[in-house]
Design a protein around this ligand. Structure first.
Ligand SMILES: *[C@@H]1O[C@H](CO)[C@@H](O)[C@H](O)[C@H]1NC(C)=O
Ligand SMILES: *[C@@H]1O[C@H](CO)[C@@H](O)[C@H](O)[C@H]1NC(C)=O
Ligand SMILES: *[C@@H]1O[C@H](CO)[C@@H](O)[C@H](O)[C@H]1NC(C)=O
Ligand SMILES: *[C@@H]1O[C@H](CO)[C@@H](O)[C@H](O)[C@H]1NC(C)=O
Ligand SMILES: *[C@@H]1O[C@H](CO)[C@@H](O)[C@H](O)[C@H]1NC(C)=O
Ligand SMILES: *[C@@H]1O[C@H](CO)[C@@H](O)[C@H](O)[C@H]1NC(C)=O
Ligand SMILES: *[C@@H]1O[C@H](CO)[C@@H](O)[C@H](O)[C@H]1NC(C)=O
Ligand SMILES: *[C@@H]1O[C@H](CO)[C@@H](O)[C@H](O)[C@H]1NC(C)=O
Ligand SMILES: *[C@@H]1O[C@H](CO)[C@@H](O)[C@H](O)[C@H]1NC(C)=O
Length: 503
């Protein structure tokens, strides 16, 4: 008898977890940053389950159904996004320190940053790397980088170090630095490309000569508390771990040398740390309905002249030029055009044409930020038809398949020297492309908003979608299924009732 509820519940739960129902449920709650963090915090209350002592006994019975639990878990894991990106599960920036030679009072190290993130890059004004020395180390000299502040070097007579601070901050040098101050992979103004866009430029290196440090691998102390700014917050770095020394093979492959000692630091990104409000939103339209669904109002802030005068600028304002050059130019806070959503970036998805075997979408990315030209921008789009994308105009494409079999995620980015620069707000502040998809007869439909994307990221940050019940309708769609939170809860309660009566 114990098997019966499983056979009933499995398909039910399967339906619930993988059907639009759960999608709607989550969307109903507003899949914005604030609510999703609440979802992460307490997934159980989200599902509206009253977890009383009575239900706990069910849970203990549930443990006898490992498969069931697996499904339940997969249900909840859908909303789990904390510092972990489901589309790029291994994304991280790894900082590797290779000690190359010992010096009379320390060592020379080559420090290399690898951006292993598929679609998150560091753009101008570039990275800032900081740490705290474990002892009284100083930086005698730097190649391919510089410390932002020298600090107090008054205790040194004669030679003065490059930096005496206990917690130095290092920045990259600009392109065009004299060759005698460069090393390989340096001097790109702190810009690091994403791994998917170009692995060759997803690396940044510099060299430091460190003094007053240990001079053997037993006396050297690894620095602590690494911080990576890009240049704002968002990255969290772990402790340095001593690893197997790196090997360097010469160009002709005939000799290999190795570092005296190597340690690695891994930094991961979290959008929740990076900014309090979203930075991007999505608007939708289609050929079959005149309605243009705008970005949700106040997605990235609200236009409010009373509490925040000057929080945005009208496009035709005479005060525009002075606002752009005025105060705040150095702070990287966006100066946005006044819109209902107030986002720096809007992505518009237009379902443009319907052919017999194909359908066509036009994507437009618009920059509303007067303070930013987005260089090497990228877009990640999730839509089930990406496994049959046939043609793509004027953007680069790479399929991202973090889970192997499901090919529904694409990374798009600009063509070099053509549209890889998304200009600041204004007449040139947009880029666009068209995508041609081949229809898969078994899944293709214009109904129920199927033709619209499931998820969009701009430069790795989640773009807020309009609520699903606002999507443009097919003209002949008589009525849309009304799926409310209440319905979902009732469905789940029915499941529980089944469990109670059979378990
Ligand atoms: C960092 O990313 C690389 C490449 O994806 C991966 O091999 C490595 O395991 C990651 N490190 C951590 C600590 O996640
Ligand atoms: C230090 O060097 C010795 C021999 O040179 C080696 O056996 C030891 O593993 C090294 N220790 C570390 C932490 O690299
Ligand atoms: C490093 O960070 C930890 C926690 O943030 C802090 O307790 C510690 O004092 C810091 N160490 C140094 C040397 O700054
Ligand atoms: C340290 O980082 C380098 C560069 O990313 C990598 O090749 C190496 O495998 C890492 N070592 C460990 C033990 O993670
Ligand atoms: C905010 O102020 C600007 C200029 O003072 C004005 O043009 C704009 O209409 C105001 N917006 C609202 C929503 O009141
Ligand atoms: C963006 O680029 C244009 C053309 O290169 C330049 O005139 C403008 O000042 C740049 N804007 C910003 C905010 O850097
Ligand atoms: C995903 O589908 C597209 C279009 O058919 C194809 O070009 C791409 O290679 C596929 N990617 C993978 C990893 O199968
Ligand atoms: C769409 O892609 C899938 C997986 O790559 C393939 O099996 C199917 O045949 C394709 N459909 C069409 C109409 O090309
Ligand atoms: C277009 O879609 C909207 C919902 O966004 C709906 O209210 C409207 O009736 C639709 N128009 C037509 C002609 O079906």
């Amino acid at each position: 008898m114990d098997r019966l509820p499983v056979t009933i519940l499995l398909p039910l739960l399967l339906l619930f977890c993988r059907s639009p129902l759960s999608f709607h449920l989550i969307a109903d709650l507003g899949f914005t940053q604030k609510t999703s963090s609440r979802i992460r915090g307490n997934p159980v209350t989200v599902m509206g389950l009253p977890f009383s002592s009575g239900t706990r006994s069910i849970i203990s019975k549930l443990t006898s159904f490992p498969i069931l639990l697996l499904f339940l878990l997969s249900c909840f894991s859908f909303t789990s996004t904390e510092a972990y990106d489901p589309l790029d599960p291994n994304g991280n920036i790894t900082i590797k320190w290779d000690l190359m030679t010992w010096t009379p009072d320390g060592y020379v190290a080559v420090i290399t940053m690898y951006n292993f993130q598929q679609y998150r890059h560091i753009q101008a004004p570039g990275w800032q790397l900081g740490w705290t020395w474990a002892k009284k180390e100083v930086i005698w000299s730097a190649m391919g980088s510089q410390a932002t502040e020298q600090g107090d070097c008054s205790r040194f007579k004669g030679n003065t170090p490059h930096c005496c601070k206990k917690d130095p901050t290092i920045v990259d040098l600009m392109p065009g630095t004299p060759y005698n101050q460069q090393i390989a992979n340096c001097c790109k103004g702190g810009v690091i490309n994403s791994w998917a866009q170009d692995p060759a430029t997803a690396v940044s290196s510099f060299q430091l000569s460190v003094g007053q440090a240990g001079t053997t691998n037993r006396t050297v102390r690894v620095p602590k508390n690494f911080t990576l700014k890009a240049p704002g917050p968002g990255y969290t770095c772990g402790p340095a771990k001593i690893v197997k020394p790196s090997r360097f093979v010469t160009a002709d492959q005939r000799r290999a040398t190795q570092a005296l000692m190597t340690w690695n630091v891994t930094c991961t990104y979290s959008q929740f740390l990076s900014q309090k409000t979203p930075s991007c939103c999505v608007s939708l339209s289609s050929f079959y309905n005149d309605t243009i669904v705008p970005c949700p109002t106040c997605t990235c802030g609200c236009m409010n002249n009373i509490t925040h005068p000057g929080s945005c600028v009208e496009g035709n304002s005479p005060y525009l030029a002075s606002a752009i050059t005025g105060s705040g130019k150095k702070s990287y806070t966006p100066l946005v055009q006044c819109t209902n959503h107030m986002c720096p970036i809007r992505v518009h998805w237009h379902v443009k044409l319907n052919y017999k075997e194909y359908w066509r979408v036009k994507i437009t990315i618009t920059n509303f930020n007067y303070r930013m030209n987005y260089t090497q921008w990228n877009l990640v789009v999730q839509h089930p038809n990406f496994d049959n994308i046939t043609q793509l105009f004027s953007f680069n494409y790479k399929s991202l398949t973090p889970y192997g079999a499901i090919n529904d995620t694409a990374m798009l980015w600009g063509v070099k020297f053509y549209n890889d620069l998304l200009m600041q707000a204004g007449p040139l502040g947009n880029v666009q492309s068209e995508l041609l998809f081949q229809k898969e007869p078994s899944t293709f439909t214009f109904d129920k908003g199927w033709a619209f994307p499931r998820r969009i990221y701009f430069n790795g940050d989640n773009c807020v979608m309009p609520p699903p019940d606002a999507y443009p309708w097919l003209p002949n769609a008589s009525s849309r299924p009304v799926i409310s939170l209440l319905c979902s809860i009732i469905a789940l309660l029915i499941c529980l009732a089944f469990l109670l009566s059979y378990a």
